[in-house]
Design a binder for this molecule. Structure first.
Ligand SMILES: [Cu+2]
Length: 198
């Protein structure tokens, strides 16, 4: 994808137009907006991390739910412009701008030995634009427990968010993790303890 268009979606961030219409839009356009799920959690994937946004359009480091809660996960690749545009305005405006996401990378991902993080990011955007997300118990492999799910594919060439409903069946901390190789920072692409089932 051409650099000129890759981050074009950022120009829409900060727009407040349409907020009043969110509830209606959501029920028309996304599964579960009719109240058949208890919670909706928005998950944005970028190189190299995840953004968690609640129903109110607030970015959160973690979202806690009660056991037994059904959770609609609405996941998107921040590089998928059309999918991003289809999200509620409050969710779009909660997604940090590109430079802020790059600053987050610098805080938590060591620079490569043979180059800098920015170059690695540019290369990854071009060569490995896709991600995926899975939700697994934090701190190890506990087969069969909790929210484990098959990875949701998050390609850049899709026009819609990827939506799935999961049930928070067991208490614990859960980590969002990318299961699709996405360049240098892929091993760091996780959000530890992003979901808590209490
Ligand atoms: Cu990834």
């Amino acid at each position: 994808m051409a650099p000129a268009t890759r981050r074009g979606f950022l120009s829409t961030l900060g727009s407040t137009a349409g907020i009043a219409g969110i509830a209606g839009c959501l029920s028309d356009r996304l599964p579960g907006g009719d109240g058949s799920v208890d919670r909706t959690v928005y998950i944005g994937a970028y190189h190299w991390g995840f953004i968690l946004v609640d129903e109110g359009g607030a970015e959160r480091e973690q979202i806690a739910v009660d056991r037994g809660t059904s959770i609609e996960l609405v996941a998107f690749n921040t590089g998928a412009e059309q999918a991003f545009e289809s999200l509620p305005a409050s969710v779009r405006s909660a997604v940090p701008e590109h430079h802020e996401l790059e600053e987050r990378n610098e805080e938590r991902i060591p620079a490569p030995n043979d180059g800098d993080l920015h170059e690695a990011l540019e290369a990854a955007n071009d060569r490995y634009p896709d991600h995926s997300v899975t939700v697994v118990p934090s701190g190890g492999n506990h087969m069969g427990s909790g929210i484990r799910m098959h990875p949701l594919a998050l390609p850049t060439d899709t026009t819609r968010p990827t939506v799935d409903t999961v049930t928070a069946s067991q208490r614990g901390d859960y980590t969002l993790s990318c299961m699709t190789y996405c360049g240098y920072g892929h091993p760091y692409m996780y959000l530890d303890g992003g979901l808590i089932v209490r």
